[in-house]
Write a protein that binds this ligand. Sequence first.
Ligand SMILES: Cc1ncc(COP(=O)(O)O)c(C=O)c1O
Length: 426
Amino acid sequence: MKSMYERCCDVMPQVANRATKLGIIDSDGCYLYTEDGRKVLDFASGVAVNNLGNKNPEIVEAIKKQLDTMIHVGHNVVYNESYVELAEKLVELTGGDTKVYFSNSGAEVNDGAMKLAKYVTKRPAIIAFRNSFHGRTIGSLSITGSSSSYRKNYEPLMPAVYWADYANCHNCPFGKIKGKCSMECIKQFDSIFAKLIAPECVAAIIVEPVQGEGGYIVPPKEFLEGLRDICDKNGIMLIFDEVQTGIGRTGHLYAYQTAGVKPDILTSAKALGGGIPLGAIIAKKEIMDKWPAGAHGGTFGGNPLACAAGLKTLEIIERDDLLENCRIQGEYFKNKLLELQKKYPKYIGDVRGIGLMVAMELIDENGDPNPEITATIKQKALDKNLLLLICGSDHNVVRFIAPLIVSQSEIDEAMDIIEEIFNDFA
Ligand SMILES: Cc1ncc(COP(=O)(O)O)c(C=O)c1O
């Protein structure tokens, strides 16, 4: 009998670059069950979607309950309780001075956020960062700078996009050493504004508060503070793309709370809908109030099932103190990886992360990115039933996206597998 992967090849294009050939028939907590009888420890979480683990029974129940009343009603047409309640909850959790607009995906909310910034400022330009990932629609792809393969043959993309370098202190794009720099990542804006685009023509700076696909790069707080300052001085909207960092992943509901720097506009998706497609643009009230009826829209935004699942997700995160678990387990995980790095410094160039966004960067004998060994580690881990993903624009970072419910023993299980792989190399 053909596997799901083989059947898929018969009827679907290869375009959606899949990380494995696993066919999943059931799931539970931190584990996936495959069609060929394997039980796999899932540290991919559907790419940072299943933050409460797989098939959380309370989310399943919340969806079933919502299903008894309606499936879809359409937010361009009517209102429904879960939709309004989730927006109220998100406003409460983001300081009470915001409003929420629902869409379906990360790319869609990033497109919407740029439209909002352009609409309100009446300015054309957007500044994005190299090595960023914001999605695959023409709009969000235009501000994605992590791989030319995403953009190949799709040019011309959205015009008036300008690029800045991200604060990557481990591999500083300005050649500086961490702690011994003059924040060139902020100073670069003087040159961008003088030579490329006048600040009064810039609608927004869009940034991931922790770069995800770009390599799980945690910038210093001063970088985000510096961006906030630049935006304040020049009437530019600061957009945080929290599609991957949101819903508890960094140890606070949103990474802006971890960093202590508030954006004007925040985008959220992935884990927001508890596994059902849902995205939200969350922006300051005074900005949202300048976006009139008809200036943006969409059929499926804020689907009742997604909102019910989202509400239950937020309720469980709060009730079970999962942000605290995220911080504790994330620290434990990172320390374990740091111990491993001490043992294998010639392979592991860096260990980094915040909350349960944890990663290790793999290098070769010259200290350069080592995508080959990274791919080998991912494959060997999968052979031993640990599902991991790779990131980094040089494809040399293994990222660990454990759900926020992860226990120490599940991290130990993963670490045993990783250690075995390194022992084999040695
Ligand atoms: C930071 C970030 N923004 C946007 C996206 C795009 O989200 P979606 O795939 O839901 O369009 C992703 C997806 O990985 C992401 O990590």
